[in-house]
Write a protein that binds this ligand. Structure first.
Ligand SMILES: [Zn+2]
Ligand SMILES: [Zn+2]
Length: 133
């Protein structure tokens, strides 16, 4: 048994950080298990790159409403609400491009007016988001 004093404060903080990262990763994996384990646009499947996209936009105001800047708070919200419709998995690149330009240069996804292109994989959940944030 190591003595408590063996660890510096920063080592303890590091340990907590790691535990939080592990938990965060687990939450993300649960989310992508439901919404799709790869980017609906480019097929990126490394979880570090993946994020959840509001199919018809509005993510910013929704996150404001949730008082979270995305990430963990948003993912736990999705889990607590039983994985609501209107979201899909995108990688950061495709998500950012959609947010900034309204399209992705890959040309596989688009945004707005309820228009959603065919997903690459038939088992990907595809929903037209009818509400509005
Ligand atoms: Zn992508
Ligand atoms: Zn793309």
């Amino acid at each position: 048994m190591p003595r408590k004093s063996k660890y510096t404060r920063s080592e303890i903080m590091d340990h907590r950080k790691q535990a939080r990262h592990r938990h965060y990763r687990k939450v993300k994996l649960t989310i992508f298990e439901y919404y799709g384990k790869f980017c609906a646009c480019c097929g990126e499947s490394r979880v570090e790159f993946l994020t959840i996209d509001h199919i018809n936009g509005g993510g910013k105001s929704h996150r404001k409403q949730l008082k979270t800047r995305g990430g963990y708070g948003f993912y736990t919200w999705l889990m607590n609400h039983g994985f609501p419709d209107g979201y899909r998995t995108l990688c950061f690149n495709c998500n950012l491009s959609l947010g900034a330009y309204g399209y992705c240069p890959h040309g596989n996804v688009s945004r707005g007016a309820g228009q959603v292109l065919e997903p690459k994989e038939p088992e990907l959940p595809l929903f037209v988001f009818k509400g509005g944030f």
